[in-house]
Design a binder for this molecule. Structure first.
Ligand SMILES: *[C@@H]1O[C@H](CO)[C@@H](O)[C@H](O)[C@H]1NC(C)=O
Ligand SMILES: *[C@@H]1O[C@H](CO)[C@@H](O)[C@H](O)[C@H]1NC(C)=O
Ligand SMILES: *[C@@H]1O[C@H](CO)[C@@H](O)[C@H](O)[C@H]1NC(C)=O
Ligand SMILES: *[C@@H]1O[C@H](CO)[C@@H](O)[C@H](O)[C@H]1NC(C)=O
Ligand SMILES: *[C@@H]1O[C@H](CO)[C@@H](O)[C@H](O)[C@H]1NC(C)=O
Length: 483
């Protein structure tokens, strides 16, 4: 709405022969509209960045003229948006998001498809960056992977399992390798669109997730490049990411897609609790920019109703209290990921302590749901980090002490793999993990489990969970909730 307001102010000023307003950027999302019509300065907090605002690149530039007559309004009184946006899914409603991630597909991960990495015969290949760097026929190998790992049949099974959402990760390099990165820039985006078509056919909504950002936003292999976080080191990184969001927002706001793509998530797991010192401010500003892009740049002359997806950056939900408040901001969704397996303490904890940890999120999610819609967009029933390569290709597990600095808790061979070694008591525990988590996460907008399928990590695998019976086909009123 701010952009439209500024256009309106410009129009009004023009009509009365007044100088156009100037907009000063005072840092971290604060804008001051100066010397507007009645000689009042307005401070508008927490809105989009100057780079997004029309004509606001310098403090003296005038906004572009309005395309159509927009009623003149006061910037502050007009905080309430003039249009009511209705997304194709009501994230504040009683119907809950129940979904799976389409993990390890358009962003390959060593632990989801170990064979794709092992078959290169080169143990330097640990992520998509090194895949492109060291594998001479990387493009054809990845092409085959995209073509076979997920097909329409998966979407028909997902729908049959009673699920209504998928979250599909894609990396920035599917769109842009202009800085000379070795990534394979292939037909990932065409596959994404194809998958959206399958989703539409099977009545499943799609959360599109920008999973890897230029510079790496977390240093995880699943950001495309394992190593250090350099995302906030260069202003070009957010500019490049924004351009990709614009491309997707424009495409997915069209009638062909907009009943299916309901959310575009600006960034997966930016590691805001670490990284360079400007990591938090840079990422928050990027989120504000992403809001402007997804909401205003998608449709000429109107606001798109695609929900703007954020991620809590591992800060916890309460950190975001007051961020992007309504009604200035509309249709913003916070994604939080909950795992209980990535520290020695967590893999060695008792069942009751693990359930206590999970159940403790209930109030937090409930509280945040009143601030921003909240989805738990990644979680697992796995109680260990045993899955092969889960901690990185060639890296061991904390649970069996093969991870550097960890000590033995138990044997991994009965905890992961294809599931044929799972005891009935372990399966019963996994069933409790499932039921308890969906119950807690439905306190918010709902949940999207990580992940639909794996080559050999049944403990992480929705498809195998259904077959093995620890994931139920009926998702209403879960029994077995351990809170
Ligand atoms: C508005 O802001 C400008 C620049 O910060 C300042 O010079 C001016 O005095 C302010 N006007 C009012 C009415 O506060
Ligand atoms: C940003 O990207 C543009 C175009 O790729 C390039 O010309 C410019 O030098 C880059 N800026 C920085 C700071 O890297
Ligand atoms: C989809 O886009 C069309 C215009 O292309 C618009 O009329 C319609 O309201 C949008 N619907 C949804 C559910 O986003
Ligand atoms: C990124 O920026 C931080 C400071 O903000 C600096 O410490 C670090 O060395 C930089 N990294 C690179 C790769 O330039
Ligand atoms: C089952 O467990 C045995 C040892 O306990 C192990 O050798 C075997 O690889 C496991 N099978 C699978 C499929 O994980």
């Amino acid at each position: 709405m701010l952009a439209r307001t500024l256009l309106a102010l410009a129009t009004l000023a023009g009509a009365f022969g007044l100088p156009p307003p100037t907009i000063a950027y005072s840092g971290d999302g604060q804008f001051i509209i100066q010397k507007v019509d009645f000689n009042r300065n307005k401070t508008i907090a927490g809105l989009v960045s100057p780079a997004y605002l029309p004509g606001a690149k310098s403090t003296s530039a005038a906004p572009k003229p309005a395309k159509s007559a927009i009623p003149a309004v006061d910037a502050v009184q007009d905080a309430t948006p003039a249009v009511t946006l209705t997304p194709a899914w009501d994230y504040g409603g009683s119907k809950k998001v129940r979904g799976v991630n389409i993990g390890g597909w358009l962003v390959a991960e060593p632990w989801i498809t170990p064979s794709l990495f092992d078959n290169t015969g080169d143990n330097r290949v640990i992520d998509e960056w090194t895949f492109g760097q060291y594998v001479s026929d990387a493009k054809s190998r990845l092409q085959k992977h995209w073509d076979t790992w997920i097909t329409e049949n998966d979407f028909s099974q997902i729908a049959a399992a009673g699920l209504n959402h998928v979250r599909i990760p894609i990396g920035y390099w599917a769109f842009d390798t202009s800085a000379g990165e070795p990534y394979v820039k292939g037909s990932q985006y065409s596959y994404l669109k194809k998958a959206i078509g399958w989703a539409s056919k099977h009545n499943i909504k799609v959360m599109v997730d920008l999973h890897g950002l230029p510079g790496s936003q977390n240093g995880f292999d699943n950001s495309g490049r394992k190593g250090s976080i350099t995302w906030p080191n260069d202003s070009n990184n957010s500019a490049r990411a924004k351009k990709i969001l614009t491309t997707m927002a424009k495409d997915f706001a069209t009638a062909q897609y907009n009943n299916t793509v309901t959310i575009i998530q600006a960034a997966n797991e930016p590691f805001m609790v670490g990284g360079p010192s400007n990591m938090q401010s840079y990422t928050k500003q990027f989120f504000r920019d992403a809001y402007g892009t997804i909401r205003y740049d998608a449709v000429q002359g109107a606001q798109s109703n695609i929900v703007v997806g954020l991620h809590d950056g591992f800060e916890g939900l309460s950190y975001w209290s007051g961020f992007m408040p309504s009604p200035q901001y509309q249709q913003v969704l916070m994604d939080q990921h909950i795992y209980t397996v990535f520290s020695p303490q967590e893999v060695s904890q008792s069942k009751s302590s693990r359930f206590k940890q999970i159940c403790s999120h209930r109030n937090d999610i409930k509280n945040n749901q009143g601030n921003l819609w909240t989805v738990i967009g990644e979680w697992t029933v796995a109680p260990t980090d045993c899955a092969k390569y889960l901690n990185g290709r060639g890296v061991g597990a904390r649970y069996d002490g093969s991870y550097p600095g960890s000590s033995y808790v138990g044997d991994c061979s009965t905890k992961t793999g294809d599931g044929s070694n799972f005891s009935s008591s372990y399966k019963a525990f996994l069933a409790q993990m499932f039921a308890t988590q969906i119950s807690v996460y439905e306190t918010g907008s709902g949940w999207i489990m990580w992940t639909w399928k794996t080559e050999q990590a049944a403990d992480w695998d929705y498809q195998r969970g259904l077959a093995g019976g620890w994931i139920p086909k009926k998702l209403d009123n879960p029994s077995n909730v351990q809170c």
